[in-house]
Design a protein around this ligand. Sequence first.
Ligand code: FES
Length: 208
Amino acid sequence: MNTCTILYKIEGEGTRLMAGIGPGQRISIQGPLGNGFPIDTDFTRHIIVAGGIGVATFPCLAEALTDACGTPPEVVLAARSKDLILCEEDFRTMGCRVHVATDDGSLGKKAYAAQMLEDLSPAPNTRVYACGPMIMMKTTSDVALAAGADCLVSLEAQMACGDGACLGCVVESKEEKEGEKMVRVCVDGPVFDTRIIDWKAHDLAYGI
Ligand code: FES
């Protein structure tokens, strides 16, 4: 039997309903939607940076990178505290070097994700993959770009339709598309080159 695992955090009505789904209950699923992380073996080093539940997207990426590159990626797992560090064992089982950081120091190093990335000294031949809170992705991107590394972010947004119609998931972009400097996370992303995201436009909303 084919199976699929969904890792999610109960944040609103949709995920609350998901949590109430029982064994044997039939559900319908729309997808796949949007894009995914590209796999490019030209980069000699791959570093995944996951903040909290943002880690959900990464076990599959780590597996795909390992298959394509022959070596597992390095992984930074960051969260507010120990109980919010997820999937550590999954990455270790895959052979990834895992670096754990918590804001309160309850597990791993007391540091933020971006500081952990800086300690790993990314270089121009490195591709960084980030997913987590906006401020974490912004600061991680800053470190990666300052080092000349490539950086892809998988943005999180509240989505209503999931197919590009409602514009509920837009984020501001530095590039104009169809007359708008906006991209839809659901269909244009969720994975973007960090350089096209207008992080400054999100300063107020996210307290950067
Ligand atoms: S969720 Fe409706 S446009 Fe993205």
